[in-house]
Design a protein. Structure first.
Length: 174
């Protein structure tokens, strides 16, 4: 199922839901950025072993960006409660960065969360990932005080953000 599709740069970009067989691309895309800045942690490994079981079966979603038949990006929604999701495992291949693919993946995730009647999105990142932090801020995520959150299972997490979806009404496509 194609959720969104458009021409972007040299190739056609299609963002679709996770399908069997996407496990390898999901892992590869995420391992690439994690290993560039940090190290793979136990929670990452548990997620990569079976994303169908750890993300989708508990009520989450994974979206894959495809360009010229290749998986070039991904973003997951992890169900935290009946009306809260965590945006996680967002990655875009380095050669495809700067083309708006990450923004489009994030918008698809936000739109899907709204369709599932979520009232809040949460995410964790690291201050070193400045482009990611700016992207999240630009779409309406707000910083949370680290003392106000449940401690993260990730050692690398030091930036915590949320978006209240009842205030989100405009599309980011512009």
């Amino acid at each position: 199922m194609s959720l969104r599709s458009s021409n972007q740069g040299s190739g056609h970009v299609c963002i679709r839901s996770f399908q069997p067989g996407d496990e390898i691309a999901f892992r590869r895309l995420n391992e690439r950025w994690i290993m560039q800045h940090f190290c793979i942690e136990a929670k990452d490994e548990a997620t990569f072993v079976d994303p169908q079981e750890t993300i989708i079966e508990p009520g989450g979603r994974i979206f894959i960006a495809i360009v010229d038949g290749q998986s070039v990006g991904c973003c997951a929604l992890l169900r935290m409660s009946s009306d809260e999701f965590e945006v996680a495992k967002m990655a875009v291949a380095p050669e495809q960065q700067g083309k708006g693919i990450g923004r489009r993946l994030l918008q698809v995730a936000i739109d899907e969360a709204q369709q599932m009647r979520a009232r809040r999105l949460y995410l964790e990142t690291n201050h070193q990932l400045e482009n990611a932090v700016r992207l999240y801020e630009s779409v309406g995520f707000r910083h949370l005080d680290p003392s106000a959150i449940t401690p993260s299972p990730y050692d690398r997490a030091d930036v915590y953000m949320e978006m209240k979806l009842d205030r989100v009404s405009a599309s980011m496509d512009s």
